[in-house]
Design a protein around this ligand. Structure first.
Ligand SMILES: [Zn+2]
Ligand SMILES: [Zn+2]
Length: 165
C-alpha cells in the first residue's frame, strides 16, 4: 500500500510517498533529499534520530487524512524477551492466534510458549467434559490433536459445556 501525500512543505519538489513496512511507516522524500528514506515507528520516532523530523509530521498528516495504519508491533518473546517478528505460517488456523518467530530462538520459542500455555490450560482445566454419575468425563490429555477434539467439542457443546472456558 502506497499513499502519495500532497505535501504542505514548500521546499520539496517531489511528493512524499508513505508506505507501511512491518509495523512502521516508510517515508520517501524522493530524490534530492538526503536521507531520502525515513522510517517512523508508532512511538513517533524517526530512524534518522531527529526529534522534529518532517517525516513524523508527514505520517501524522497521512493518518489524519485517513491513511491506513501500520499494524501494532508484537509484544516481546515471552520466553526470552527478545524481539519477535510476524510469521503468518504459524497463525493459528482455529484459534486465530498470530504466528511469530523470535529473533533469538526462532519458531522454537513460539512453539514453546504455545505448548506451555496449552499445558497450563490443561492442568487448570483437565476435563473437557466433567464426569457425572455414570459417565467418566473426557480429559483433555486423553486427546492429542485439535482434529481429535472436534467431535468432543461438538458433544460438549451439545451438552451445554464450553470446553474453551
Ligand atoms: Zn527522519
Ligand atoms: Zn525468544
Amino acid at each position: 500500500m502506497e499513499t502519495i501525500l500532497t505535501t504542505t512543505m514548500p521546499d520539496l519538489v517531489s511528493p512524499i510517498r508513505i508506505s507501511i513496512q512491518g509495523c512502521e511507516y516508510l517515508v520517501d522524500f524522493g530524490q534530492g533529499v538526503n536521507p531520502r528514506f525515513h522510517r517512523v515507528n508508532k512511538e513517533k520516532h524517526c530512524s534518522c534520530n531527529t526529534p522534529s523530523c518532517p517525516a513524523i509530521d508527514a505520517v501524522r498528516e497521512y493518518l489524519l487524512d485517513g491513511g491506513q495504519r501500520a499494524p501494532d508491533p508484537l509484544p516481546p518473546c515471552p520466553i526470552c524477551g527478545a524481539k519477535v517478528s510476524r510469521d503468518p505460517k504459524w497463525d493459528g488456523k482455529y484459534t486465530h492466534e498470530l504466528g511469530w518467530r523470535c529473533s533469538q530462538g526462532g519458531v522454537a520459542h513460539f512453539l514453546q510458549q504455545k505448548m506451555e500455555r496449552i499445558r497450563k490450560n490443561w492442568q487448570e482445566h483437565p476435563f473437557l467434559i466433567p464426569p457425572t454419575p455414570g459417565y467418566p468425563g473426557v480429559r483433555r490429555d486423553e486427546i492429542l490433536t485439535y482434529e481429535d477434539l472436534l467431535p468432543v467439542y461438538r458433544k460438549a457443546a451439545a451438552e451445554g459445556y464450553d470446553p474453551a472456558a
